[in-house]
Write a protein that binds this ligand. Structure first.
Ligand SMILES: [Cu+2]
Length: 398
């Protein structure tokens, strides 16, 4: 379709995005990338930079909660104007994959005879959201995949396009959300759902808390680090408690009761909540296999005859929406912690795993995590809206 004929229902959405460079700390054990790069909303840049640096300069560098891949949202039919700026003394850009744009002005690349739409300071891009789904964006000012490039240091994000008329709220308190990995999506005539953006990325340039190359305690050899959304929980940091085999199984090594929660963000839901995982491969190196325990989805979400799966291969720069069948907890109403991870075991071992936490009763602020950390209260209207709607339906109709 010609861009001049694009059906835009009078809605233009503006985002001001900045690229910043800070150390990104990947877990509480102090593994970090000294040259981390990320996109942030410009208005959040100072707060995030200051918070990240303060946490980095602890005895053991600590992650800062707001250092996350940037996820923005729009509705189908909208025009999105992105003002992108940075002060990093190198050409950078935002190149989006899957939205419509004029290649001469908004490609975010310097290719062939097209105009150069990377920038040393500031540039404005215009995108058009034609269809629902999740779409990666990343820097094309430097498209190399090595340690001098920008990708392995984190310079990627995603835009999620929702059904026309949707709004997105903070899952914790019900406030309108400007950006964020996790959101509750509401629509005037469609069921609400939990939305979780999950970024896989790999072959990171990571140092341990002492500034050294991490090593595997069993082999003494260099240990790679794989990540989910700027966090990683490598098993090198979770040594067996004793030499007894009873203390070394997965039920111990993956348990929050023993080792606290893993570092990658933990999505939360109540049993029965409709849930979509927006899976993104942010890296440029390796193919992974996303596997979620206890749950399934259809390979083609909008095709009721499509194959039911619980794992999916995802290659660099790909994105998938996983519309979880029967919602959180699946048909049998499981609650508790459900693991998801890369099913290539070296990647799993090197940090690419976390949990989906599914509650069976309202978290009103009196609960605590296994390590004693208090759980914040959820807005009761939100969690009950989402869960009761589905739980009250007969199972045969779910
Ligand atoms: Cu993998």
């Amino acid at each position: 379709m010609e861009l001049c004929n694009y059906p835009c229902p009078n809605q233009t959405r503006h985002y001001e995005i900045e690229a910043i460079q800070i150390p990104i700390v990947y877990n509480r054990f102090g593994d970090y990338d000294p040259d981390g790069l990320l996109y942030v909303l410009k208005k959040d840049a100072t707060r995030i930079r200051n918070g990240a640096l303060q946490n980095f300069h602890q005895d053991i560098p600590q992650p800062y909660e707001e250092v996350m891949p940037l996820v923005i949202r729009a509705n189908v039919g909208e025009k999105i104007i992105v003002t992108f700026s940075h002060s990093l003394n190198r050409p950078l850009s935002i190149h989006v994959q899957g939205l419509d744009y004029d290649v001469q002005t908004s490609d975010g690349a310097s290719v062939g005879f097209n105009k150069d739409s990377t920038t040393l300071h500031q540039i404005t891009y215009t995108w058009y959201a034609a269809k629902e789904g999740v779409f990666i964006f990343h820097d094309m000012g430097d498209s190399t995949g090595n340690e001098d490039g920008t990708n392995i240091h984190g310079l990627f994000g995603a835009i999620i396009v929702e059904a026309t008329g949707s709004k997105w709220l903070n899952p914790q308190n019900g406030d309108e959300l400007e950006s964020g990995l996790f959101a509750d999506i509401y629509h005037p005539s469609k069921p609400a759902f939990r939305e979780y953006a999950v970024f896989f990325h790999d072959e990171l340039e990571i140092k341990n808390k002492d500034g050294e190359q991490p090593t595997d305690p069993h082999t003494g050899l260099p240990s790679s680090t794989t990540a989910i959304s700027y966090r990683s929980e490598p098993m090198r940091n979770r040594p067996p408690l004793t030499h007894d085999h009873a203390d070394t199984g997965e039920d111990i090594s993956m348990s929050s009761w023993v080792y606290q929660d893993p570092a990658p963000p933990i999505p939360r839901a109540y049993v029965g909540d409709p849930s979509k995982i927006r899976l993104i491969h942010g890296g440029v190196k390796e193919t992974h296999v996303f596997h979620l325990h206890n749950h399934q989805w259809r390979l083609e979400g909008d095709n009721p005859n499509s194959t039911i799966i619980d794992s999916i291969s995802i290659s660099p720069q790909e994105c998938y929406t996983l519309d979880i069948l029967h919602g959180a907890g699946s048909l049998n109403g499981t609650f508790g912690d459900v693991i998801f991870h890369c099913h290539l075991y070296p990647h799993f071992h090197e940090g690419m795993w976390t949990l989906w936490r599914i509650h069976d009763r309202l978290e009103d602020g009196t609960g605590a995590l296994p390590d004693g950390t208090a759980l914040k209260a959820d807005s009761s209207s939100l969690s009950q809206n989402l869960s009761v709607t589905v739980v009250s339906m007969p199972i045969s109709e779910k």
